[in-house]
Ligand binder design. Sequence first.
Ligand code: HEM
Length: 446
Amino acid sequence: MSSEVSYPPGPRGLPVIGNTVDLSRDIFAFFEELRDEYSRVASYQVFGTDACMVAHPDAIQQVLLDDHEAYEKGEVLTRNLADAMGEGLFVTDGDQWQDQRTQVQPAFYRNRLNTYVPEMRATAEETVEKWRDGAVVDVNERMAETTMDVLGRTLFGVDVTENPVVSEASDAILTRFDTSRFWSFLPDSLPTPTNRRYRRKLDALQTFVDELAQQRREQQPENRGDDLLSILVGFVEASDLTQEELRDNMVTFLFAGHETTALGLTYTLLCLAQHPDEQAKLQTEVDAVCDGAVTAEDLPELERTEHVIDEALRLYPPVYMFFREATRDVELQGYKIPAGTTLVLPQWAVHRDPAWWDDPEAFRPDRFVGDVDRPEYAYFPFGGGPRHCIGMRFARMEMKTVLATILREYTFNLVSDPDPDLIASTNLKPDEPIEIKLHERDDAEG
Ligand code: HEM
């Protein structure tokens, strides 16, 4: 490492608590200010601990891709999530993570995911069938139900509307780790109401997964269906995965895949509700591509829909930041960062950085059309490098299927706040309902 490198600049904040107050007041503004007033690799302090924001695309690429082996998920995350998913993909590091990723990856190949599209479509249709011309819909609530239902069917092969154990556990886990609430910083061992509920619902979910896995094992492989649970059961039988790894990965998929996808859909609908011209374009596309209900073969052809989703995820990344810990001294953008430092990679501040995005606050799906002239890691809603989101394709397929199903039947306009307050919860959540008013299409097919 060269002798000229220095520690990244940044505000020092108050003694002991450092920048904790600024951070918790408005975390989004805090990272944008660090970016603009200090540097795209900048330091800050939380309760006496040094942390670094990494908001330069080249440095993000270095952390996630080029030098990824120099970074781990970090002790806090590993400790917090140990009980729920300590042996799963999201939390493990090193060889254990690598082995699991290699094992589980085929379950997320396109051909396999294509078989889930009919379930995704059926679920979306059930959602839309309950809607009526002129009705006002709370988008976030409806999308949370829809994505829960899809995960229930495709992961576990169960109908969560009839068996609440999965949705209740998902809710309890997200509440327990809601980083906008003080309780998320309390240790699991404290018998707070949130902790007790979390423990109870997690136990119930883990027992449920074990029992379901046992039932699958008792069936002949050809009768098991092709949900993710059956695939993982096959891996356990081949001794490629332990039962504990199977269980923790089922919880992981639920935790990582439910709210994120619901929010991706919510923000896409928010953007579309404010841009009737884009809605019309997507309807034209859906009508031209889909001959009747949407199929797996249709999805790659829904290109404009893809760009609209891309742009919504740029403006409102459901995962608005995530962490790494340096396992050795590293150099990023000419700054020296000591081993053990917590790094935060803030999608929010990078996706809205005027250095890479012209008029960054504007909704413009055309940014994603054709060759783009910006660094690759100026956009990373699904992370990057070998640890990029394994569910990315699943989420994109689901979002397209749900959007196409809605757009075939309805146009809609926004009746709630066009600029809703957002909270830095586990994911980027609206702090108020996002509501659309439905108008049945006169020309609706089918
Ligand atoms: C719009 C929806 C989604 C978004 C925005 C999203 C975002 C992300 C991001 C940013 C990461 C990287 C975290 C890190 O590197 O620390 C990640 C990892 C992960 N996601 Fe997603 N995700 C979504 C949907 C899903 C779905 C549907 C599933 C599963 C069915 C899923 C499962 C996972 C898993 C297992 C990991 C950890 C991968 C590993 O470390 O190897 N995600 N996701």
